[in-house]
Write a protein that binds this ligand. Sequence first.
Ligand code: ATP
Ligand code: MG
Length: 271
Amino acid sequence: MAKIIVVTSGKGGVGKTTTSAAIGTGLALRGHKTVIVDFDVGLRNLDLIMGCERRVVYDFVNVVNGEANLQQALIKDKRLENLYVLAASQTRDKDALTQEGVEKVINDLAKDFDFVLCDSPAGIEKGASLAMYFADEAIVVTNPEVSSVRDSDRMLGLLASKSRRAANGEDPIKEHLLLTRYHPERVSKGEMLGVEDVEEILAIRLLGVIPESTAVLKASNAGVPVILDDQSDAGQAYSDAVDRLLGKELPHRFLDVQKKGWMARLFGGRE
Ligand SMILES: Nc1ncnc2c1ncn2[C@@H]1O[C@H](COP(=O)(O)OP(=O)(O)OP(=O)(O)O)[C@@H](O)[C@H]1O
Ligand SMILES: [Mg+2]
């Protein structure tokens, strides 16, 4: 049976889809058969970031409606043997997904995969609650700013109360904090919250800290999950996070302000 993991946040635009693509790819790279499911009905971003947007014929809503089966709708990644995407529908209304429909698809995927990664839409409305409902674990993506931390805190409340696990009286969803778009220089200037501040407020296990990085935009423009750019700081930070998700203990990197070398100081370099 698969482990079902939701990538969620509350506040929008914090890096959920970037994270779903990176972590899903990282799990597949380590030999785990993984499917990333886009719950963001109406927007459909995941396929762009994964670079498979031109290969979407059938999507999640088609499967829920019985217009296509999973074999028809699953898109196999061209780079990795173990990696699949189930795209969201671009045109249908937001209410196209029902709890029963989603449950059937998730249960079917769980039979065949090691990991089912659910990329949640922002907010606390239906799409987000459906994305989290069947989860065993949650990656709560948070930016180091007050509004994002506050919304993540609300999300933790929902994860604890509105899930299949909660309804069945089972062990609660295992929660992981992923701090993204971390900018050590701005933290040191007091413009952003530091890792310890966020950890103290949310009080859940820190899965990783992903630095603010130009590699992320470059990768998403190219349709390549940033974890495949193993020279990049963000790619390496995501790689560590995947290892931690699989139980490895690793120290956190990219937390401190990088000292600029004389070349970078002279020519501007990376901030
Ligand atoms: N570590 C990072 N460094 C720099 N930019 C980043 C980083 N992570 C995400 N971004 C950028 O932030 C924007 C939002 O990212 P993404 O789409 O992954 O967020 P999201 O939480 O899925 O958004 P939504 O709530 O709309 O679904 C994108 O432009 C992405 O390139
Ligand atoms: Mg998204």
